[in-house]
Design a protein around this ligand. Structure first.
Ligand code: CMP
Length: 144
């Protein structure tokens, strides 16, 4: 379906200069950039964003890390962008990501896996709501 996904370049991706590469790949694939901002996320935002991982042993280190520096938060739009975007990112554990995927080309450990992508249409809506105000989302006309 024609849909939107929340894609975030994590602090490791920003620090390593992989932001442009990730944007390039989504543009090349044919997706439309609907929103983008660089922000250091608050703890409150991250607790909500990673709510499903509360109580897991990696929860605290994850929040510490993602909250440590600026991330690049984006919304991409297009046909099946949620599932295609996840494929482009590769497996969560970069050691298992196929070469050719973003993680498969640029990462090796789960705790530093460069980028996040929504895992379902429902998560995408929830995450976009969390990270962006409605007036921060571009309205594209003449969409194909
Ligand atoms: P992400 O897809 O953003 O969702 C949860 C994140 O937690 C995941 O990417 C990893 O960056 C991080 N993480 C750290 N340790 C683990 C783990 N053992 N299993 C899953 N995710 C982990």
């Amino acid at each position: 379906a024609h849909e939107r996904s929340f894609i975030m370049v994590k602090p490791d991706g920003v620090q390593r200069g992989i932001v442009g590469e990730i944007i390039k790949r989504f543009e090349q694939r044919g997706f439309k950039l609907v929103a983008l901002k660089m922000v250091t996320p608050t703890r409150v935002l991250l607790e909500q964003h990673y709510d499903e991982h509360q109580g897991k042993k990696f929860f605290e280190p994850l929040l510490q890390y993602i909250g440590s520096g600026p991330v690049v938060a984006m919304v991409w739009e297009g046909l099946n962008v949620v599932s295609v975007g996840r494929k482009m990112l590769g497996a969560t554990d970069p050691a298992k990501s196929e070469p050719g995927t973003i993680r498969g080309d640029f990462a090796i450990v789960t705790g530093r896996n460069i980028a996040h992508g929504s895992d379902s249409d429902k998560s995408a809506k929830r995450e976009i709501d969390l990270w962006f105000r409605a007036d921060e989302l571009a309205v594209w006309t003449n969409s194909a």
